[in-house]
Design a protein around this ligand. Structure first.
Ligand code: ADP
Ligand code: MG
Length: 612
């Protein structure tokens, strides 16, 4: 029988691919290990890192521990004690459930686990190195679990190179530790960064915890929130306008303990503050939402920061109402009312997640009036955070081609090579992708293909046919602007926003602050790529007789696309080809160069003198 072309990826390859989604940087390891400790019911959790987590991450808990049999399974992919059926996922109470984290971490780092159940006399020690067989031996250790991760990404140089400096990686980790510290004031936390103790927290109330983490004097500037309806309970604290910040860094939103990002809900909170803050001011808040796990889907993102609510509108309204209620109770609303008189149009539209129809919201009462078929210009709210219809997405290694695919239209499915295309793709010379099609082979230029995809996506974003996909930066990046770039930037500002950029000109120095970038932009290249896009645009304006939008779409596509010389994993190639075939004009790039060449089998047969 003929050798099949399809092979099943060995576990270590599958794990490394998964690691791209689950483990992007040391911070993701800390997050996963801390979540495991919390899921294990730990009361005390200690985290110690060295060299920004690159050299060492050590998480110690006093949770339930593992038996030898469980320890053996813990590092296996899709091994989890947290769910057994899809039904369990609907009722999920734990933070983890994918059973991927330990397997992924163990594929890109040395891992040691010490664990003991409180009922056992002695514990177990597991030592694992990528590609080597694992050893387990009995050991003495305190009850609970310690996971020690060393030399993260030592076997994936490309990923290691992608990491930032130790100080920056430490900052990411600190941010995560702060979030979990806030989310679980009833647990004791110790965080050591290799040079000293960053914080040591005993069991506290939320207010005490906020005082411990942000400073005691701060708590006098907070007002409590506590409100509920039948479906959701909202509690926590809002900062008074006097402690508003210049960035969004001090905003903490938790859903059933899980730190989340949700644009619609953050918009609801800003709505509550409307007219109390300047454009450049951002409220401080720590808010907990408690809802029935069945009403939310956390399985839309491998890192689980993004969640999808069954009833987005109800959530929006409930959060806005909770904020307004607590402001009313603290006499902040009268001030709000007086200023409200200046407002001309009380209705704003809000693009809710997962729905194409923007909601129309009365900004005074917070009432959702209805839906609007076309987005209305939102002139009265220049500083409000922009909303996008965002699809679930994952991001292997911060690489661009990472959005989950929409189901393909049937017409295109027919032109697709074969259902098992996955196994019929090869990258050659890190530049071209070879695809076996139903009736021949196709050679695709990876850079030009991606350029085509991004070009059409950008045009769609300008036409508002699709929402643009944005990634918010945890720490805004500054890009210096000279007079010329400043002029170009001014010209393109609205379109850049539509592409997914969120920028602010800094008037005190010649620079622009980048707060969010389109998902295709690699983290770490925000400033460089924006400068290149502006430069490229200027060049196109002089050589291409096209509209401003067209030229911007082309320069964005050119600069954000993967380059020749970049090695792609199978999933990326597959996605690239599938997305290309979904383009309106997949054959040519925005400059008219061919994107793909197709050799029909007929042609090959002819050349080889085959007559059948
Ligand atoms: P998940 O958390 O999604 O189940 P992980 O790969 O993070 O997947 O962990 C796999 C399993 O290992 C968990 O389901 C749990 O049974 C066990 N485990 C991991 N960390 C701990 C810990 N700190 N204490 C006890 N058990 C743990
Ligand atoms: Mg886990």
């Amino acid at each position: 029988m003929e050798q099949p072309l399809i092979t099943i990826l060995p576990d270590h390859v599958a794990n490394q691919i998964a690691a791209g989604e689950v483990v992007q940087r040391p911070e993701s390891v800390v997050k996963e290990l801390v979540e495991n400790a919390l899921d294990a019911g730990a009361q005390r959790i200690s985290v110690m890192i060295r060299e920004g987590g690159k050299a060492l991450i050590h998480v110690l808990d006093d949770g339930c521990g593992m038996s030898r049999a469980d320890l053996e399974l813990a590092l296996v992919r899709h091994a989890t004690s947290k769910i057994r059926t899809l039904d369990d996922l609907r009722r999920l109470q734990s933070l983890g459930f994918r059973g991927e984290a330990l397997a992924a971490i163990a594929s890109v780092a040395d891992v040691e686990i010490l664990t003991r159940r409180s009922t056992d006399d002695y514990g177990w020690r597991l030592v694992s190195q990528p590609l080597k067989s694992r050893q387990i031996e009995p050991t003495e250790c305190p009850s609970g679990t310690q996971v020690i991760v060393r030399n993260l990404f030592f076997n994936v140089p490309a990923r290691r190179k992608f990491l930032r400096t130790d100080a920056t990686e430490l900052r990411y980790i600190s941010e995560t530790m702060l979030r979990y510290g806030l989310s679980y004031p009833d647990r004791c936390w110790t965080f050591h960064d290799g040079s000293g103790v960053v914080f040591q927290l005993e069991q506290q109330s939320l207010l005490e915890r906020i005082a411990a983490l942000f400073g005691g004097e701060f708590t006098s500037q907070l007002i409590p929130v506590d409100s509920h309806n039948e479906q959701v309970r909202i509690e926590g604290y809002l900062g008074l306008p006097s402690v508003a910040r210049t960035t969004k860094a001090s905003q903490y939103l938790f859903l059933n303990h899980r730190p989340i990002i949700n644009r619609a809900l953050s918009h609801a909170i800003y709505q509550g503050y409307e007219h109390m803050l300047e454009k450049s001011e951002h409220p401080f808040y720590v808010l907990f939402l408690w809802i029935d796990p069945e009403m939310v889907d956390v399985n839309v993102h491998p890192q689980k920061h993004e969640v999808k609510f069954e009833d987005e509108r109800m959530m929006y309204h409930a959060v806005l109402e909770a904020v307004l209620q607590s402001m009313r109770a603290h006499d902040l609303i009268p001030q709000l009312r007086i200023r409200q008189a200046e407002v001309t149009a009380p209705l704003v539209t809000v693009q809710s997640q997962g729905s194409n129809e923007p909601l129309i919201v009365n900004r005074i009462t917070g009432e959702v009036i209805g839906t609007s078929p076309t987005p209305q210009p939102n002139k009265t709210l220049p500083s409000a955070p922009r909303m996008h219809t965002e699809r679930a997405r994952w991001q292997p290694s911060g690489q661009p081609l990472s959005q989950l695919l929409e189901p393909m239209p049937p017409a295109i499915q027919q032109t697709l090579p074969t259902p098992s295309m996955q196994s019929r793709l090869w990258q050659i010379h890190d530049k071209y992708i070879l695809v076996q099609t139903d009736d021949g082979i196709m050679i695709v230029d990876q850079h030009i293909a991606h350029e085509r995809i991004l070009y059409e996506r950008a045009l769609d974003a300008f036409e508002r046919a699709t929402g643009s996909r944005t990634q918010r930066l945890m720490f805004p990046v500054e890009m210096p602007l000279d007079a010329r770039l400043r002029a170009i930037y001014h010209e393109l500002e609205p379109e850049l926003q539509q592409l997914g950029y969120e920028c602010r000109l800094l008037s005190d120095r010649d620079a622009v602050e980048i707060r969010a970038v389109p998902v295709e932009i690699r983290l770490g290249t925000e400033a460089d790529s924006l400068r290149e896009i502006l430069e490229q645009f200027a060049e196109y304006q002089t050589i291409r007789p096209a509209s401003v939008r067209d030229n911007l779409a082309a320069s964005f596509a050119c600069r954000a696309a993967i380059k020749a010389g970049e090695r792609l994993v199978l999933a990326q190639m597959q996605q690239l080809v599938e997305e290309l075939l979904r383009c309106r004009t997949p054959e040519v790039c925005p400059h008219g160069r061919p994107v793909l060449i197709h050799f029909p089998l007929r042609e090959l047969d002819r050349r080889f003198g085959r007559t059948s």
